[in-house]
Ligand binder design. Sequence first.
Ligand SMILES: CC(C)(COP(=O)(O)OP(=O)(O)OC[C@H]1O[C@@H](n2cnc3c(N)ncnc32)[C@H](O)[C@@H]1OP(=O)(O)O)[C@@H](O)C(=O)NCCC(=O)NCCS
Length: 152
Amino acid sequence: MGGWPVDAVGPEAARRLSHLHEACFPQGEAWSAPNMRNLLAMPGCCAWVVATDDGLAGMVIARKALDEAEILTICVAPDYRRRGVAQSLIERMSESMKCAKVERIFLEVRADNAAARSLYAAAGYNRCGFRANYYSDGGNAIVMCANLSDSL
Ligand SMILES: CC(C)(COP(=O)(O)OP(=O)(O)OC[C@H]1O[C@@H](n2cnc3c(N)ncnc32)[C@H](O)[C@@H]1OP(=O)(O)O)[C@@H](O)C(=O)NCCC(=O)NCCS
């Protein structure tokens, strides 16, 4: 699986990214276009997308700081799920980070988000922490980490 073409995008894609985010996350959790634009203008922030004739099928945003990086968000349009889009996004993001001398990538995932936890485990991420009541609704977060030297 995987094998989807992935493109790097910048702040100019903020509206399209926000549109996809709204389709993937509950109301109130989606990031607006202005927030997305500000985020992508920050040093070290990068976004990658899988684009189709229908619009964006998937996106990932990550931030690099020295030799570490963090996945800030990843999502795939409902019609494109379980077809390897997220896997392609993570592979491309990881390659770029490795080229930029990043050694470890971290992320937080809701403890009850089974799909995302499976995705990250399949991509080589291991549990490395737990944050109780991390989300505004009281949900817990699992911290996961991948060593790029192990995975590529
Ligand atoms: C999580 C998400 C990004 C996965 O995207 P996707 O493109 O469907 O994932 P892929 O097709 O690349 O899946 C790769 C692997 O991840 C795991 N996986 C993905 N979705 C899964 C699911 N619903 N249930 C179980 N495992 C799943 C599987 O191991 C899968 O490989 P397989 O299909 O060969 O079994 C997508 O479901 C999504 O956008 N969810 C809503 C937003 C979200 O929760 N984002 C994560 C926030 S931390």
